[in-house]
Design a protein around this ligand. Structure first.
Ligand SMILES: Nc1ncnc2c1ncn2[C@@H]1O[C@H](COP(=O)(O)OP(=O)(O)OP(=O)(O)O)[C@@H](O)[C@H]1O
Length: 248
């Protein structure tokens, strides 16, 4: 399984009569973790829905491996901030859901769900209901469910936005860890510059002009490099792009 190459070619997206994203172009390389930052309301979620195939493009095009994206597909999985688990199904049966859709046998589904729950540290919670878990644990179940389906691209919309700082840090480290074992391409929308600098290989700041500012992350997903001069420099660059000013 290889990660999908994703591409926006002068794409415009919107809601009703209103265009939100205009003339936007960028490429995400296979297997890359690509974070998207931008002012509130600039269209980050709209872009993610477009990449998921949930929102038709108005102009230009979005591509997955050079095929135009026109509808949702299991190879592109979306993970939200909101708790999207089914409350009446046990944790294990929630993780089994994408596997059932893919037609895996009952035994294979169960085995794969249990493996993924182990990987996110919830092997002993499989029989509980989502309401019996904390918010952080529920996000771990969502992560397991998203990755268990072996998508070639994972589209994450502020997945840790609702968590407290400590749980959020733990989730970022867990994500970095589990991504090592998948080849999936990840597009990660966040408000948090430091989160982007930790989880991503490259960060895009959406600007109204359509050409995002792109910043390479030095030593991604290595907690030891947080705060090093190179990372501080990348941080300054991102903040400058976000606030549309030149670096000091
Ligand atoms: N379903 C919808 N119908 C109508 N307008 C919408 C819809 N979803 C989003 N919008 C509008 O589109 C604009 C962009 O919204 P979007 O959620 O994509 O921005 P965002 O950058 O993700 O914002 P935030 O950082 O605050 O989450 C906003 O003005 C929003 O009100």
């Amino acid at each position: 399984m290889s990660g999908l190459a994703l591409r926006a070619d002068r794409v415009s997206l919107g809601h009703g009569s209103r265009s939100v994203v205009r003339d936007l172009s960028f490429e995400v390389r296979p297997g890359e973790v690509f974070a998207v930052l931008g002012a509130s309301g600039c269209g980050k979620s709209t872009l993610l829905r477009g990449l998921a195939g949930l929102l038709p493009v108005r102009d230009g095009a979005l591509y997955a491996d050079d095929r135009p994206i026109v509808a949702p597909a299991p190879e592109r999985a979306l993970m939200f901030q909101d708790d999207a688990l089914l409350p009446w199904r046990s944790v294990r049966r929630n993780v089994e859901l994408p596997l059932a859709i893919r037609g895996l046998s009952r035994t294979a589904r169960r085995r794969r769900a249990e493996q993924w729950l182990d990987r996110v540290g919830l092997g002993d919670q499989a029989d509980r209901l989502p309401a019996q878990l904390s918010g952080g644990m529920r996000q771990r179940v969502q992560l397991a469910r998203t990755l268990a389906g072996e998508p070639r691209a994972v589209l994450m919309d502020e997945p840790f936005g609702a968590l407290d700082a400590q749980t959020r840090g733990a989730m970022q480290r867990l994500l970095a860890d589990v991504l090592r074992s998948t080849a999936a391409t990840v597009v990660f929308v966040t408000h948090d510059v430091d989160e982007a600098l930790f989880v991503a290989d490259r960060v895009a700041v959406l600007t109204p002009a359509g050409i995002p500012t792109l910043v390479d992350v030095p030593e991604p997903r290595d907690p030891a490099t947080r705060g090093t001069p190179l990372v501080r420099e990348a941080r300054e660059e991102l903040l400058a792009a976000l606030f549309e000013r030149s670096p000091a």
